[in-house]
Design a binder for this molecule. Structure first.
Ligand SMILES: Nc1nc2c(ncn2[C@@H]2O[C@H](COP(=O)(O)OP(=O)(O)O)[C@@H](O)[C@H]2O)c(=O)[nH]1
Ligand SMILES: [Mg+2]
Length: 300
């Protein structure tokens, strides 16, 4: 298959192949060729602890976008592989109703340890879906540690989903998630503890000084689709804010330099690893050894 030609012919199998190549760390040529076509999709990140209903929300958002005639690409990322088989299966089940829709493309990614890491492959997948022509690209990722920061670099709008009565959700709140959330979602909002979680989010927000966009707080019951229209409205307000203030350009530049930084770091790390393996096994102290390897590599 002439991948690029099939991609240009809007063959979804070509997109799937392209993403597989990116996952294997071999996406560079394709991304180079297709990069000029990127920048049109609205990219929305959906993060939060396992089980809060991210995939169910993603499915509801896809339904809503389709009702408005928009095509959608979905990337589900689970960095915690190999423990994530269940999670990825869950993602696929939750999104199953959209599998036969030709205007929806769904991709799960759980591999890691390849060149550039999972974050690099995810960034490529988003670019490829954008270039393919999807109006909306949704990125679902489990919010553990650094992954939610990475998603905030990729997406124009970041949704942080939490659920009532869960210690995980409170932990996420305390772990500095405020800086990346454009919209908070309290899902499973029929739960008796939902009010408490909403209060908690509000009081965390009051402790910070906001300039510009203040994160919105939306309550949903993703299973029944309740509150999803409010969520879509909040996303639209945020996208409008980004466009009106020109911040969209800043986010694009940030996403770009973030990806460049990741790629460059990956290459530098490889060179460093090679140089370290070639070091003589002498009794140099760690500072001296670091000076030596750095000056060998960069002449400093
Ligand atoms: N009661 C209730 N359950 C929900 C709601 N949304 C999702 N769930 C359930 O929560 C579980 C985890 O959902 P999932 O979307 O896979 O969560 P994810 O791990 O964050 O992607 C599933 O059993 C869903 O059916 C909701 O609004 N109310
Ligand atoms: Mg999920």
């Amino acid at each position: 298959m002439d991948l690029l030609r099939e991609f240009e012919r809007q063959n979804p199998r070509a997109l799937a192949r392209a993403i597989s190549l990116a996952e294997a760390g071999r996406g560079a040529d394709l991304v180079r060729a297709l990069y000029p076509r990127t920048g049109r999709a609205v990219t929305v990140g959906l993060t939060g602890p396992p089980g809060v209903g991210k995939s169910t929300l993603a499915s509801a958002l896809v339904r809503e976008a389709r009702a408005r005639g928009k095509s959608v690409g979905v990337v589900s990322v689970d960095p915690s592989s190999p423990f994530s088989r269940g999670a990825l299966l869950g993602d696929r089940i939750r999104l199953a109703e959209h599998f036969t829709d030709e205007s929806v493309f769904i991709r799960s990614m759980a591999s890691r340890g390849h060149l550039g890491g999972l974050a690099g492959a995810t960034a490529d997948a988003v670019l490829l879906m954008d270039a393919f022509g999807y109006d909306l690209v949704l990125i679902e990722t489990v919010g553990v540690g650094q992954s939610e920061i990475a998603i905030a670099e990729l997406a124009q709008t970041t949704i942080v989903a939490l659920q009532p009565g869960s210690g995980d959700s409170i932990q996420v709140l305390k772990a500095g998630i405020m800086e990346i959330a454009d919209v908070f979602v309290v899902n499973k909002s029929d739960h008796p503890m939902a009010d408490q979680l909403r209060r908690e989010i509000r009081s965390m927000m009051e402790m910070l000084h906001w300039t510009g966009w203040v994160p919105e707080l939306v309550s949903t019951q993703a299973l029944e689709g309740r509150g999803v229209d409010e969520l879509v409205a909040a996303i639209e307000r945020h996208v409008a804010y980004l466009n009106e203030t020109g911040e969209i350009e800043r986010r694009r530049r940030d996403a770009f330099s973030h990806q460049v930084r990741q790629l460059a770091l990956g290459r530098l790390e490889e060179r460093l690893d090679r140089a370290l393996r070639a070091q003589p096994d002498d009794e140099l102290d760690p500072y001296g050894a670091a000076d030596r390897v750095v000056s060998q590599l960069w002449g400093e």
